[in-house]
Design a protein around this ligand. Structure first.
Ligand SMILES: [Zn+2]
Length: 216
């Protein structure tokens, strides 16, 4: 199977897995993945993660021109901003409208620079600090500008009252990381107000050093 055919299959398979577990509903969420020649595959606008067709994914050339498939998601600015600002580290971007992350994003007392409380090691290892960005109207190109404003320092952001956007070196890593984000938000919601014990600054520093976590 060619690289392109395999990536097309992987996008649809992982999207269905996310959909089947309720991590994004209806026609929400979008995925992009870059091929080794610089072309980009993207999930189409209005499509459901539950039944994507590998043959109809939007295909862009290395200059960002649509060269095949259906019309892409209107949330393209989110994806493009990660490929532009983290070119060496971004092979895929996943965006979901996942329940617990959105719930946490609209509550008071959330640190906008580091949205997730340090409840487990894996959220720190896989995501670094998750930046909480403001609310934007769907399709507003300013969403992309807000990500560009981070100058490539964050692999994961949360759009308030909307959903998380996570980039990684490849599709599998991006999916695992966004699942970790949602699971940690769920833990934060479950333990909110119950005075949970958090990882200490020293434990966090150990993780950051040992696993080379981006923690600026
Ligand atoms: Zn969205």
């Amino acid at each position: 199977m060619s690289e392109e055919a395999a990536v097309r299959e992987d996008i649809c398979m992982m999207a269905k897995s996310l959909y089947d577990r309720g991590l994004t509903a209806g026609s929400s969420g979008n995925i992009s993945a870059r091929l080794s020649d610089g072309r980009l595959l993207v999930t189409p606008t209005g499509s459901s993660f539950g039944r994507l067709d590998p043959a109809r994914l939007s295909l862009f050339d290395g200059e960002g021109r649509l060269i095949g498939g259906d019309k892409p998601t209107k949330e393209m600015p989110l994806h493009v901003a990660f490929y532009e600002t983290r070119p060496k580290k971004t092979g895929a971007v996943v965006h979901l409208h996942s329940c617990h992350s959105v719930a946490l994003s609209v509550l008071p007392g959330v640190d906008p620079d580091n949205m997730l409380p340090p409840l487990t090691a894996y959220s720190i290892m896989k995501l670094g600090k998750v930046k909480l960005l403001p609310y934007f109207m769907p399709g507003d190109p300013a969403m992309g500008d807000a990500i560009r404003g981070l100058a490539g320092k964050r692999s994961a952001v949360m759009l308030a009252a909307h959903g998380p956007v996570v980039s990684a070196k490849d599709l599998e890593a991006a999916v695992y990381a966004i699942e970790e984000l949602e699971e940690t938000a769920k833990l934060a919601m479950l333990t909110r107000g119950a005075n949970p014990s958090l990882l200490t600054d020293a434990q966090i520093a150990d993780l950051v050093r040992t696993y080379d976590v981006e923690w600026d």
